[in-house]
Design a protein around this ligand. Structure first.
Ligand SMILES: NC(=O)c1ccc[n+]([C@@H]2O[C@H](COP(=O)([O-])OP(=O)(O)OC[C@H]3O[C@@H](n4cnc5c(N)ncnc54)[C@H](O)[C@@H]3O)[C@@H](O)[C@H]2O)c1
Length: 385
């Protein structure tokens, strides 16, 4: 026996595909009471959304998300459309009593995110933000290693999120996929798009960030807008660097850009403590690197001739999520992080324990992003409240 969960997916782009794949596969790998049903998908262009529905096996499609939300046969609204659409969709979906899964960044700014949080809390509906990197088994293992005390007292957190796809000056801003370069649609540049992931991971592993100071740069000042055809000023941050002090007293550096020639999705972090360190690189995602200096239980130091970084191949059934997948040594990939996230969401419906990261957690990340952007304007340290 299983309980159907009727999905209404908004957007057929990058995330529309990643999420649809997760809905189709989750019950094949994870034993869950709830079973997602691809009830309807939605986007504005009829021919495109019809083709998407046929390709992925959705029972129906809509061209206006309001109609999707108004349908009685939809249980979950999944927001996979650009950032400037998130708030309106979420407020309407919450009013209609739907469960809501929303892509990151939760909103364009803190004010919007607060409204969205209040709306889901008032409606009492299940909610999650798709910070899927928490569900990379190696990153979940890093969390386990930190929680087991194996890093010890933390001193440094170092994150990078580097890409190189906007270096050419003739990349337009606006329109399909390139909406990320249009501040009116994206809200910000790499800060909301890439650093939001780094911040979510950092706070999950190392606790809240207390204050930040930042610098941003926009290397290409004007670009042709794909929708207007006019050359318009670029309002996003192409690159962002910030320093952070965590509430636990450790220091952080964060760097993100879309101008790091050769870097495609170079999302890394390293956490250094007195007992050990962890390092992760998304371009080598099946590994967690761990340096053990001392045993967390006894405090006894490892004999120095035996110390060294361990490159842990995170594919054993004892590793997070991996008992649902293949035999040891066989890796999983990017798309599985969404399946793992969905499995956690479905489990939360059974256990009635809110899944993380929820909207409140998404709001927290939004606050750090906004503090970073404020600091880049003023040059001052900004406290996160
Ligand atoms: N979790 C992640 O790692 C991750 C990765 C990529 C994108 N994202 C987030 O997912 C969201 C979507 O990004 P994407 O890369 O899939 O974008 P995309 O451009 O590939 O797709 C966006 C989709 O939204 C649809 N859309 C736009 N306006 C709409 C409207 N008013 N009503 C209905 N549909 C509309 C478009 O038709 C398109 O299908 C963004 O918030 C982005 O930040 C998250």
């Amino acid at each position: 026996m299983s309980t159907p969960l009727n999905i209404g997916m908004i957007g057929y782009g990058f995330m529309g595909r990643a999420h649809s794949n997760a809905y189709r596969q989750v019950n094949q790998f994870f034993q869950r009471e709830y079973r997602p049903v691809l009830k309807a998908c939605c986007a504005r262009k009829k021919d495109k959304i019809k083709a998407f529905a046929e390709n992925w096996g959705y029972e129906s499609y809509e061209t206006d998300w309001r109609n999707l939300i108004a349908r009685d046969d939809i249980d979950v609204i999944d927001v996979g459309s650009p950032n400037n659409t998130h708030k309106e969709i979420v407020l309407e979906a919450a009013r209609a009593g739907k469960m809501i899964l929303c892509e990151k960044p939760l909103a364009m700014n803190v004010a919007e995110a607060e409204e969205m949080c209040a709306a889901v809390e008032k409606a009492g509906v299940a909610n999650m933000v798709w910070f899927n990197y928490r569900r990379v088994p190696a990153i979940s293992l890093a969390k386990q290693v930190v929680d087991e005390g194996r890093v010890g007292k933390p001193f440094h957190y170092r994150a990078t999120y580097l890409q190189d796809w906007t270096i050419a000056t003739d990349v337009p801003q606006g329109g399909a996929a390139l909406w990320r370069l249009d501040a009116a649609v994206a809200g910000s540049g790499v800060t909301g798009d890439l650093l939001a992931h780094s911040i979510d991971t950092a706070e999950w592993l190392n606790g809240p960030i207390a204050r930040v100071t930042a610098a941003t740069e926009t290397f290409v000042k004007e670009r042709t807008h794909a929708e207007t055809g006019k050359v318009q000023p670029v309002g996003i941050d192409d690159a962002c660097m910030f320093l952070a002090v965590f509430e636990n007293g450790s220091m952080g550096t964060f760097e993100s850009t879309r101008y790091a020639r050769g870097r495609k999705n170079y999302n890394t972090f390293e956490l250094n403590g007195d007992a050990g360190s962890v390092f992760f690189d998304l371009e080598d995602p099946q590994y967690l690197q761990y340096f053990k200096y001392a045993d967390p239980a006894s405090g006894q130091k490892i004999e120095s001739h035996l110390t060294g970084w361990q490159k842990i191949h995170v594919t054993n059934p004892e590793h997070p999520y991996m008992d649902a997948w293949w035999v040891p040594g066989c890796t999983i990939g990017y798309e599985h992080t969404f399946i793992n996230a969905l499995a956690d969401f479905l489990e939360s419906l059974e256990t009635k324990k809110p899944v993380q990261p929820d909207f409140k957690s998404g709001l927290r990340t939004q606050k750090v992003c906004e503090a970073v952007l404020d600091s880049a304007k003023t040059g001052k340290w900004v406290e996160i409240k």
